[in-house]
Design a protein around this ligand. Structure first.
Ligand code: SAM
Length: 233
C-alpha cells in the first residue's frame, strides 16, 4: 500500500465508524448527530466532487461532528497534491461540541493538513482574504441565517479562485437558498448538475421542494457587475 492509500484508508475507517457508531460525544439534544451532520451519501458525493476537482486547498464553514470535514480530508488524501490545506471555521466547536469533530479529524490524521479557526466566519473569512489565502473549493454549512450565509458567500467568492467550486449544504432552507440565489442570478455562478442526488436525505424542512446540497462553479474570469444590471432574486 502506498502512503497515499494508507492515509485515505485511515480517514475512511474513521468515517465508517462515525456513520455506524456516531461521534464520541454529542450535545445534550435528542438526535443531535442525525439532525446536524451531513449524511454519508452526500459526504461521498462531496468527496467525489473534490477529487474530480483535484482540490488542494479547501475552506469549510461549520465543523460540528466533522462528517463533511472527513469527506473533504479523504478527498485531499486521494488527490495527494504537494501542499494540501483544509481551513475549517467554527466558533462553537469547543464550547458546544466539546471538540468532537476536531478529535475525529485528529484520529484520522488530518490535523497535519487542517487548521481550525474558532471565530465566526464573518470574522475568519476576511482574515483569510487579507492573508492572501486562495482556495480551489469551499463547503458552506455554518450559520443558516440569511445574512450570515450571504456574507460567507461574499467572502468565499473572493477567496476561491476563478473557475473554482463552492458547495452549499441545506439549500432546501429558504434562508440559505435565497442567499445563494443572488450569486446565481447576478454573479455568474453556475450550478453543477447531478453533483448531488435530489432525494430527501437527512433532516430538513417539511415539504421541501428542492435538493439539499448544491454545487456551484465560479465564473472564470471573475467579474463585477454594474449595479444597473441588478437582477432581483
Ligand atoms: C449543520 S452544522 C455543520 C455540520 C457539519 N458539516 C457536519 O457534517 O457535521 C453547522 C455548524 O456551523 C457552526 N456555525 C454556526 N454559526 C457559525 C458561524 N457564524 N461561523 C462559522 N460556523 C458557524 C455551528 O457551530 C455548527 O457546528
Amino acid at each position: 500500500m502506498t502512503n497515499t492509500d494508507e492515509r485515505a484508508t485511515r480517514v475512511r475507517e474513521v468515517r465508517r465508524r462515525l456513520t455506524q457508531e456516531g461521534p464520541p460525544r454529542t450535545r445534550d439534544q435528542e438526535g443531535d448527530f442525525e439532525t446536524v451532520t451531513v449524511p454519508e451519501q452526500h459526504c461521498d458525493q462531496l468527496r467525489d466532487l473534490m477529487v474530480s476537482e483535484g482540490a488542494e486547498k479547501v475552506v469549510e464553514v461549520g465543523l460540528a461532528y466533522a462528517s463533511s470535514a472527513l469527506a473533504i480530508g479523504e478527498a485531499l488524501a486521494i488527490v495527494n497534491r504537494p501542499l494540501p490545506r483544509h481551513v475549517i471555521i467554527d466558533p462553537f466547536q469547543e464550547r458546544e461540541y466539546s471538540n468532537a469533530g476536531w478529535d475525529l479529524l485528529c484520529s484520522a490524521g488530518l490535523d497535519s493538513i487542517a487548521t481550525l479557526m474558532l471565530t465566526p466566519s464573518s470574522i475568519a473569512l476576511p482574515q483569510l482574504l487579507t492573508e492572501g489565502f486562495v482556495a480551489d473549493a469551499a463547503f458552506v454549512d455554518g450559520s443558516h441565517r440569511f445574512h450570515e450565509v450571504f456574507v460567507d458567500l461574499y467572502f468565499l467568492r473572493k477567496i476561491v479562485r476563478p473557475g473554482g467550486l463552492i458547495v452549499i449544504d441545506d439549500d432546501w432552507w429558504p434562508s440559505v437558498h435565497t442567499a445563494a440565489q443572488y450569486y446565481e442570478r447576478n454573479l455568474g455562478w453556475t450550478v453543477i448538475p447531478d453533483a448531488f442526488s435530489d432525494e430527501t436525505i437527512g433532516v430538513g424542512p417539511h415539504g421541501k421542494q428542492r435538493a439539499r446540497c448544491k454545487a456551484y462553479r465560479l465564473p472564470d474570469p471573475s467579474f463585477e457587475p454594474s449595479f444597473e444590471n441588478f437582477r432581483a432574486f
